[in-house]
Design a protein around this ligand. Sequence first.
Ligand SMILES: C[S@@+](CC[C@H](N)C(=O)[O-])C[C@H]1O[C@@H](n2cnc3c(N)ncnc32)[C@H](O)[C@@H]1O
Length: 281
Amino acid sequence: MDRPKNLREALRDDLSEDELEELGSSFDIVGDIAILKLPDSLLDKKQRIGEALMQVHGNLNTVLRQVGPVKGELRTRDLEVIAGESKTETTHKEYGCLFKVDLARVYFSPRLSRERFRVAQKVRAGEVVTNLFAGVGCYSILIAKHSDPEKVYSIDKNSVAVEYMRHNVRVNKTGGTVVPVEGDARAVVEEHLHGEADRVLMPLPDFARDFFDVAVETLGPEGGIVHFYDYGEEPDLFEPSLKFIREAVPGKGIELRDKEVVRSYAPRLYHVVLDLEIKSR
Ligand SMILES: C[S@@+](CC[C@H](N)C(=O)[O-])C[C@H]1O[C@@H](n2cnc3c(N)ncnc32)[C@H](O)[C@@H]1O
């Protein structure tokens, strides 16, 4: 039998037109696993929907349903297997790097791929970079592979994420450049990484404002660049973040080098990034 072109075609005998409409077409693929959200009205058809997704995408081995939102400090989510092999671990390829992840125990989103590469391209040879919320090491490893930094200190509080980060650093041959550190970003910076970095990454929009003072403390005396992630609401996506930043470090020279929408998050709400040059620590 020919492979169906898309989910709609694969499910046309199983779901009504209204149900197909409700299902939509949005899902993520991470390695050989697909993750999708389902409305309650389609839960009794979840297994068939999962199998259909596997028919459409021949290299999938597992389909997971996201049961709840990404939540808590560690940004993890509850998942259930609805088709294929019972597993949540996979390896994802991105810009020539391999990232092994357990989707139920660590944060990972393929939707940040373009943003990770954008930041990697900004890094100049010899820079010391500190990633305050490094997860399984995606930004850090991309930076080490595509630019030529001296060090990329890579902190995460989730011990499971740090285990995967260590594995990913080895597999991508970035040991010696990417330095995984397990712990709370504030405590690690205060104890070990104070005043060293040319560039700081803060890829945790939910808590970035709480850690902005830590990012500034992480920079060397000459200052440097902070990639500050936040949420922005229409119609003014960036100005509230900028206002917060100016008030958080009064008297410091701050220049907005770049600003981008990373992705849409909810109606009128966006995940945004501001690239800031802080002129002195
Ligand atoms: C949104 S994820 C970013 C993951 C990664 N940068 C990526 O692109 O895949 C945020 C990460 O911050 C970590 N985290 C949360 N609070 C933290 C803290 N206080 N100190 C260090 N890491 C923290 C979480 O465990 C999670 O892995």
